[in-house]
Ligand binder design. Structure first.
Ligand SMILES: NC(=O)c1ccc[n+]([C@@H]2O[C@H](COP(=O)([O-])OP(=O)(O)OC[C@H]3O[C@@H](n4cnc5c(N)ncnc54)[C@H](O)[C@@H]3O)[C@@H](O)[C@H]2O)c1
Length: 252
């Protein structure tokens, strides 16, 4: 009798922030497809529920603002209550605002920096004690090709957070290096999601596609597969790295 092959993320528990839509939803699905149980966090409760339902019984919705320490504590507590542990954290929650620095308001700078960057600090700090205790963990931070190239269309605050994610992941990778917790960044190119559809005018989109060596935008699932690899046991020797998934848009 042959038994089913063990799935690469079987018995792992993952929190995906901003997991209710776009890239985060695709990451949640990709991790679930490899056997992980998923906590779908999103500031929009309906999105979190929809994605958890789409994944099925191995997923729960945990709505909350990833930039609020109280909400983040609640999400992590819910994950532990439901599944007993957190093995994988994907810091994916993010927002964009296509605006020139000349028109950017201070409160908009503060809000976007909190959502895109402080959220990674809060979630990582909340899950790390458990990961360190078990001697195993995977933290994956969503940066962007704009960390390398500068934002083509997004705001200066957006570009700043995506560069900041690289510094965050590299520094945390060093701090955690002897604990069994790896920390890496994923830097997607331009991915066909609402974030791009909302903020990138058609003429900019056409120019960008022209500029991408592979000649197309990325599908969200293509980012999901890359994150699933970084979350797996096979990626144990990768830490402090940036995985570029950008169709050759930036080759460094
Ligand atoms: N789309 C791209 O081309 C692209 C490229 C590189 C990096 N990224 C990054 O990938 C991540 C996901 O982007 P996307 O394109 O899927 O965007 P999206 O707008 O489709 O989805 C983002 C999700 O995050 C949620 N969210 C927003 N603020 C939140 C908060 N404070 N707390 C919890 N959830 C929150 C939203 O409700 C939404 O469901 C972002 O960090 C983005 O910067 C996107």
């Amino acid at each position: 009798m042959t038994s089913e092959p063990r799935q690469s993320l079987q018995d792992r528990v993952a929190i995906v922030s901003g997991g209710g839509n776009g890239i985060g939803a695709a990451i949640a699905s990709a991790l679930a497809a490899r056997g992980a149980r998923i906590v779908v966090n999103d500031i929009d409760p309906a999105r979190a529920r929809r994605q958890a339902e789409e994944i099925g019984e191995r997923a729960i919705a945990a709505p909350g603002d990833a930039s609020s320490s109280a909400d983040v504590s609640g999400v992590v507590a819910k994950a532990i209550e439901e599944f007993g542990t957190v093995d994988i954290l994907v810091n994916n929650a993010g927002m964009d605002q296509a605006v020139s620095i000349l028109d950017l308001e201070e409160e908009d700078w503060d809000r976007l920096i909190a959502v895109n960057l402080k959220s990674a600090f809060l979630f990582s700090k909340a899950v790390l004690p458990g990961m360190i205790e078990r001697g195993h963990g995977r933290i994956i931070c969503t940066s962007s090709v704009v960390a390398h190239r500068g934002a083509m269309n997004g705001g200066i605050h957006y570009g700043t957070t995506k560069g900041g994610m690289l510094g965050f992941a590299r520094t945390l990778a060093r701090q955690m290096a002897r604990t069994g917790v790896t920390v890496n960044a994923i830097a997607p190119g331009v991915v066909d999601t609402d974030l791009i559809r909302t903020h990138m005018p058609d003429e900019v989109r056409a120019r960008v596609i022209e500029d991408i060596p592979l000649g197309r935008l990325a599908e969200p699932g293509e980012i999901g597969h890359a994150v699933a690899f970084l979350a797996s046991d096979e990626a144990a020797y990768i830490t402090g790295a940036t995985l570029d998934v950008n169709g050759g848009f930036w080759i460094g």
